[in-house]
Ligand binder design. Structure first.
Ligand SMILES: Nc1ncnc2c1ncn2[C@@H]1O[C@H](COP(=O)(O)OP(=O)(O)OP(=O)(O)O)[C@@H](O)[C@H]1O
Ligand SMILES: [Mg+2]
Length: 413
């Protein structure tokens, strides 16, 4: 693991560095508190050994800073003192240190204290991933109940909209026939003088309401209403399928259909900034999958892609709309889904962290940093697949989901 040491004394720093390397750790050495603070803020190490007396920022102040600043991950701090006076130790622990050590270092003590730090950090990580899973299931559950309820509510009025528009379409054809019959009646009795004023009256009304226009436009309006109803019905069906509580088990799934449904229900997330290009392999084999959770993964990837494009557009007002392209392919023994965007790309420095629970670069309310952590746990842990990415800063990012056609049984935990 990465361990940071901050120690101004060159000799003491080298000794500590060597000892830690011997124990198999990657060591980041800093000669003052400021450099140490920068490295910690960049999330370069989870365990820090800080000397009490240092130039720029001393160990105690640095310790307080670490606790006050909201760092994405817990940093375990061991303070180094030159004497083991109780008052010093108490002050150090109060400043937020987790442990302390007195100089000169004893290698066995160092090893034991680092082990204890690693235990704490592991507990911390476990807790985080459990919380994230809990939040995940809650998020899914509430989204599911809510949209299943809405879908149900919308379904009923949609049904009578559908019947009524069909009724209008059919009956209007009848009315048009009747109007034609009136027209021929008129031409036959036009010669009778007494009915002339009546005909004029009728014609005036026809002109007033622009009958020719109405006859042309009403069928179009009805046809469009029927299309609109069909579209809404389709969205409701996607929503119901997307959140159906019955699809939480592994079952053969049509990936192309799941992708299309997800695109439909996420439309409001991307439609303003990007177009979606689909390249779905026809006759893709069914893949053993948990439909609800797979949908959630595709949703996360699409939303991330839309956000990355939006960020690029925000930076450059002349930028064009983005493109999110989604490709499905059958490979030898797995199926691949690629979600590609031409957004900002992912900076090198944060690449190792994007799958960490709660890691986010988005402001509060826009992202919680759970999307990729959850997606990876669904694809890797639950379905035995892989989730990887390829990214170029300034060009865009492609996330690649691989699902085995014949998955190994999930590991026993
Ligand atoms: N397609 C992408 N392009 C650029 N950066 C990305 C992309 N996908 C993810 N990231 C980066 O990875 C971080 C983590 O992504 P993740 O989906 O886990 O969380 P989030 O999107 O920030 O929040 P949440 O998904 O919980 O709403 C993002 O904050 C972003 O910095
Ligand atoms: Mg996300």
């Amino acid at each position: 693991m990465n361990i940071l040491i901050a120690e101004d004394d060159f000799v003491a720093r080298r000794i500590l560095h060597k000892m830690l390397e011997k124990l198999g750790h990657q060591v980041i050495s800093c000669e003052n508190g400021l450099k140490a603070w920068e490295a910690i803020r960049n999330n370069e190490a989870r365990l820090a050994i800080l000397d009490w007396m240092m130039p720029k920022i001393d160990g105690l102040t640095l310790c307080r800073k670490i606790r006050e600043e909201k760092l994405p991950e817990y940093v375990y701090v061991i303070l180094l003192t030159s004497n083991d006076q109780k008052s010093d130790i108490v002050e150090g622990l109060n400043a937020g240190a987790d442990d302390y050590m007195t100089k000169p270092y004893d290698p066995y003590e160092l090893k034991a204290r680092i082990r204890s730090g690693q235990r704490v950090l592991k507990l911390e990580d476990d807790l985080k991933s459990t919380t994230s899973q809990l939040l995940h299931s809650e998020k899914l559950a509430s989204l599911g109940t809510l949209s299943a309820g809405i879908a149900h509510e919308i379904n009923t009025p949609m049904q009578y909209l559908q019947y009524n528009t069909l009724f209008l379409q059919e009956s209007f054809a009848g009315i048009v026939n009747l109007l034609k019959a009136y027209g021929s009646l008129e031409s036959r009795i036009a010669g009778i003088g007494a009915v002339q004023p009546l005909f004029r009256e009728v014609r005036d009304i026809e002109n007033e309401i622009d009958l020719a226009y109405i006859l042309e436009e009403i069928p179009r309006a009805v046809r469009e209403s029927i299309e609109g109803v069909a579209h809404v019905t389709e969205i409701v069906r996607s929503m119901r399928e997307f959140t159906h509580p019955g699809n939480r088990q592994i079952a053969p799934m049509n990936i192309n259909e799941a992708v299309s449904n997800t695109i439909r229900v996420t439309q409001n997330q991307w439609t303003r900034v990007a177009d979606i290009r689909l390249d779905l392999e026809p006759d893709l084999p069914l893949v053993p999958c948990i439909q609800g959770e797979f949908n959630q993964v595709v949703l996360n990837l699409i939303v991330n892609a839309a956000h990355a494009i939006e960020e690029r557009i925000d930076k450059d007002p002349d930028a064009e709309r983005g493109i999110i392209s989604i490709v499905t392919r059958r490979m030898e023994n797995h199926v691949e889904v690629r979600v590609q965007d031409n957004g900002t790309g992912i900076p090198d420095m944060i690449r190792p962290k994007i799958f960490d629970p709660f890691f986010t670069t988005k402001e509060v309310g826009r992202g919680t940093g759970q999307g990729l952590a959850i997606s990876r746990s669904v694809i890797v842990d639950r379905l035995g697949g892989r989730l990887t990415f390829d990214s170029r800063v300034g060009e865009g990012t492609t996330f690649i989901v691989r699902l085995p056609l014949d998955p190994a049984p999930p590991p026993v935990r």
